[in-house]
Ligand binder design. Structure first.
Ligand code: FRU
Length: 600
């Protein structure tokens, strides 16, 4: 009897331990379920990556990387419960494999991730997405939002960006890194700055410390970012290998506050006062600090109350001195991104024009709100530091917080705009920003097809095919003359009946783009919409440069007065264009299509 009992007990134990310990991925992984949605993963073989299966609608799990008994990384990840949307790699080469294990919390024992986890020496990053742009930067995989720390050094444009390497939704903010010689062809580099005990790494900027004011070394790239823990503080890190790796400053954080939204430091060199200036978003205002050594910051002033749009939080500021076109006069432009409360809902970039003396910014038109771009997908815009020949080059994140996490892509999510050269122009006594595509964009033109001019009137619509094996990445150059109609319109169309209409509504002086029937729009209720720009042009001649790149349309006014950026998700590329009018006629004097492509 006693023996039978013992036997039964042993059998139960074995059975229980067989359930507790599971071999996965052909025995390469050992998984121990500990109850209460807690599990441990041990490696039973070696490999470069642990491939983590993600299902975006699953709840968020905590994934702790433990090396030599210490937690060395904490990841929030939507591990797959019912089906695998895609994989993300955890690079194991950064750790000591012998002592490595993973503690996973908040995932049930029956989740599909336990059967689909993989140890692998490779991770496939080849493009698997219909909507991935061709000539706009996107991360190889994972999520991106704001461009960060853009800095030029020794012939290279650096682009850091808000990056989640563990899923294509916002979270786990790192600074991703890419470099370019021409602002068009980007090379992806390893993550530059990773979260730490002070928090996630939110947006910020970089400078080249030519004179070694901080003492890290002459020519060091010094990065400023927000450490986003329970509260937001400002931190710094420096790189002595041209941005490849950063060392965090050992006295971080360098700036603290009791204000909750306190972030996105942009540092510039202010020649006139011989000081560094930090511009910071604090709630719904901008704060200015100064420093001589990049480490110790003195509060100078704030700006914002009663000025511009205030329906949301102010974020990602920038301060740039820009010349007025055709003059030698310069003005200071304070760029200030706002979310929500943008002109078309959600996120948008506003700016103020005025003076800055190293201490205080004075807005020359306090009662006016100015928008930098008239689309719905242009946010977190900042400029390159130290750009050559005094260039002011801005870059935006082409998305909107209204629906950024819902965009219909999965391998990656998020892209940047075309880099834009900034200048100023005046119109009816006001000074405005002018954004044009950087000249480097011309290098993308591969083949072109120029059509003969034609006239459009009420009884004569003109439809043109966009040949050139159009695969959704092209530029259109349009010139209009003798505009004598109330509305001069055209639409990009495909054979599925999807279209994006654009029109100069002369009667109310607006350029309008309508994407309500542009393709996939149902992923968010605010996506199907139209946007408009004021036309600062009193003549009868108009021109446009329109850049299409799979899932984005950027329209640049040939008179250099407005720009409009909107995402679109057509089920096939738009391959024809239809011109029409209301109340009068106009001539299309020239119409050119350029197929755009990267050279390598
Ligand atoms: C703007 C922003 C920043 C913040 C970052 C976090 O899009 O909200 O204010 O630093 O994104 O990812």
């Amino acid at each position: 009897m006693k023996q039978l009992h013992l036997k039964l007990l042993m059998l139960t134990l074995m059975a229980t331990s067989a359930i507790l310990q599971v071999y996965a991925n052909d025995g390469k992984l050992i998984i121990k379920h500990l109850g209460d949605k807690q599990s441990i993963i041990h490696l039973n073989a070696s490999g470069k990556y642990l491939l983590l299966p993600v299902e975006e609608k699953s709840g968020e799990a905590k994934f702790y990387v433990i090396s030599n008994n210490d937690v060395v990384k904490t990841i929030n990840i939507h591990l797959a419960t019912d089906k695998v949307d895609y994989y993300v790699p955890l690079d194991l080469s950064l750790y000591d494999l012998k002592s490595l294990l993973f503690n996973v919390q908040q995932v049930s024992d029956s989740a599909i991730c336990w059967k689909t986890l993989q140890l692998s020496n490779t991770f496939d990053t080849s493009n698997s997405e219909q909507y991935r742009p061709l000539y706009h930067f996107t991360p190889l995989y994972g999520w991106m939002n704001d461009p960060n720390g853009m800095v030029y050094k020794d012939g290279t444009y650096h682009l850091f960006y808000q990056y989640n390497p563990y899923g294509s939704m916002w979270g786990n903010m790192h600074w991703g890194h890419a470099v370019s010689k021409d602002l068009i062809t980007w090379k992806n580099l390893p993550v530059a700055i990773s979260p730490d005990g002070l928090g996630a790494i939110f947006s910020g900027s970089c400078v080249v410390d030519k004179d070694n004011t901080a003492g890290f070394g002459a020519g060091a790239i010094v990065a400023f970012y927000t450490s986003a823990g329970e509260r937001q503080t400002q931190s710094m890190a420096y790189s002595l290998d041209d941005g490849l790796t950063f060392k965090k400053y050992d006295r971080n954080p360098i700036l603290t506050s009791t204000i909750r939204d306190f972030r996105d430091p942009k540092v510039i060199w202010h020649k006139a006062s011989n000081k560094w200036i930090m511009v910071l978003a604090a709630g719904q205002e901008i704060q200015f600090y100064s420093s001589t050594n990049l480490k110790d910051w003195v509060y100078e002033s704030n700006f914002g109350e009663g000025q511009g749009a205030h329906t949301g939080v102010w974020e990602c500021p920038d301060l740039v001195e820009i010349a007025i076109k055709g003059t030698t006069k310069t003005e200071w432009v304070l760029i200030c991104n706002l979310n929500p409360g943008g002109i078309f809902g959600g996120s948008a970039t506003q700016y103020f024009v005025g003076s800055f003396d190293g201490k205080k910014f004075i807005n020359e038109s306090p009662s006016k709100t100015k928008w930098m771009d008239w689309g719905k997908d242009h946010y977190a815009t900042v400029t390159w530091s130290n750009a050559p020949q005094g260039r002011n080059i801005a870059l935006a994140w082409m998305s909107n917080w209204d629906y950024a996490n819902n965009l219909p892509t999965s391998q990656y999510r998020g892209a940047v705009s075309i880099p834009r050269e900034l200048s100023l122009y005046t119109y009816e006594g006001e000074t405005y920003l002018c954004s044009v595509p950087v000249a480097e964009m011309l290098q993308l033109r591969e083949k072109s097809s120029k059509r003969k001019g034609f006239k459009v009137n009420a009884s004569q619509q003109v439809k043109q095919q966009l040949h050139l094996n159009n695969w959704g990445a092209y530029e259109l150059e349009l010139n209009f003359k003798n505009v004598d109609s109330e509305m001069m319109g055209f639409s990009l169309q495909n054979s599925k009946g999807e279209e994006v209409t654009m029109s100069f509504n002369i009667y109310d002086n607006r350029f309008v783009m309508d994407r309500r029937n542009s393709g996939k729009t149902d992923f968010h209720k605010t996506f199907a919409t139209s946007t408009w720009a004021p036309i600062h042009n009193k003549g009868k001649e108009y021109s446009l440069r329109i850049f299409v790149d799979k899932s984005s349309i950027e329209i640049f006014d040939g008179n250099e007065k407005f720009v409009m950026t909107n995402l679109v998700f057509p089920s096939e590329p738009y391959n024809s264009i239809n011109f029409y009018t209301k109340g009068g006629s106009y001539s299309v004097t020239s119409f050119t299509i350029y197929k755009l492509g990267l050279k390598n």
